[in-house]
Design a protein around this ligand. Structure first.
Ligand code: P6P
Length: 343
């Protein structure tokens, strides 16, 4: 490779970003560095999950009542250990922890950020070697610095996010993060142990042919969705479009593919679970922030942006419709026919 075309590492990139914001203190760059470090440690274990006794359930059930895989526990521990040991985060909310974890020491209490995370989303796929991911979202605190963070710092709508991102542990390990300015992706180069800029200024294609949804629940979805799919296939055919269904049960992988290629990911509410399955604070909000900054759209229902939803509980759930703008516009037309707004 031409030495002149030197790849930029994540740390070099975040420090270069600092130059664009003279008032920046470097805390966000430091927090992203900490996230990258934890991700590298998780990546090592994910990559050898099939070789050591780390597969299979940890024999515990998490706050969601779901069997906890050992890698879930390891990933959660790694991110918490790095964040708590750093000086860039006042506390963390995690899918694996019942309540927020406030670090409450002098350095951490002076940090202006808190983080929410799903340490290993899609962990049901670990044993079958399908890509899985870590999802994170970063808020600026609203409580006084110097004091411990409180729930108020975490229960903010997604439109207050400072940054959000994910790490996808797949054929390669890629860290994608968004600030309000843009979305960039960094691929882990194992030869130097650094995330290197590989996807500069990711833009979500305005339209696409990929639809991601669990069709097994069709009978429990809003009938307008059925109409959307039926007509999309028919209209698609007439318009010479060939839609394709791609759904691998790992949201980070499904949305990452749609973000790059164009497409729509749908996890709606059902008659039994009107708010669906996904978690607002550490799954829907970060993915919605990333996709919107990249030019896509993300809604809860026929007319409510995910990022405008005011959270009331750390683990609250939310339906999610997210993806390419033109696909979302077509879908919203069907949902607006008998607009059911999620209460
Ligand atoms: P279902 C994984 O458990 C997850 O949270 C997402 O990553 C994934 O998209 C979804 O659940 C799959 O849920 O109900 O279709 O199996």
């Amino acid at each position: 490779m031409n030495p002149e075309r030197r790849l930029m590492t994540l740390d070099e990139f975040t420090i270069q970003e600092l130059r664009n914001f003279p008032t920046a203190t470097g805390e966000l760059a430091g927090l992203l560095r900490d996230i990258g470090l934890a991700a590298k440690r998780v990546n090592v274990e994910v990559n050898k999950a099939g070789l050591v006794d780390i597969l299979g359930d940890a024999g515990k059930v998490n706050v969601q009542g779901e069997d906890v895989k050992k890698l879930d526990v390891y990933a959660n521990d790694q991110f918490i250990r790095v964040l708590k040991g750093g000086i860039n985060c006042a506390g963390v909310g995690s899918e694996e922890n019942e309540d927020i974890l406030v670090f409450d020491d002098d350095h951490s209490n002076r940090s202006k950020y808190v983080m929410l995370m799903d340490p290993l989303d899609g962990s049901g796929n670990i044993d079958v070697n399908v890509s899985i991911g870590t999802i994170f979202s970063i808020y600026r605190r609203v409580t006084p610095l110097g004091l411990p963070a409180t729930h108020e710092d975490f229960l903010q709508p997604g439109n207050r996010l400072v940054a959000a991102g994910y790490i996808i542990y797949g054929p390669s390990t890629v860290l994608v993060y968004a600030t309000r300015r843009w979305v960039n992706g960094f691929t882990l180069d194992p030869s130097i142990g650094e995330f290197c800029l590989s996807h500069r200024n990711i833009r979500c294609p305005e339209d696409g042919d990929i639809i991601s949804i669990n069709l097994a629940n069709m009978e429990k979805y809003d009938p307008a969705l059925n109409e959307y799919f039926r007509s999309s296939m028919i209209e698609g055919e007439k318009a010479g479009r060939r839609y394709t269904l791609r759904y691998i049960g790992s949201m980070v992988a499904d949305i990452h593919r749609n973000l790059i290629k164009g497409g729509i990911f749908i996890y709606p509410g059902t008659t039994e679970k009107p708010k669906g399955k996904l978690r607002l604070l550490y799954e829907c909000n970060p993915m919605a922030f990333i996709v919107e900054v990249a030019g896509g759209k993300a809604f809860v229902d026929a007319k409510t942006r995910i990022l405008d939803v005011k959270p009331h509980a750390i683990h609250e759930r939310s339906p999610m419709f997210i993806g390419s703008g033109a696909m979302m516009d077509r879908l919203m037309k069907y949902l607006q026919v008998d607009a059911k707004v999620v209460e």
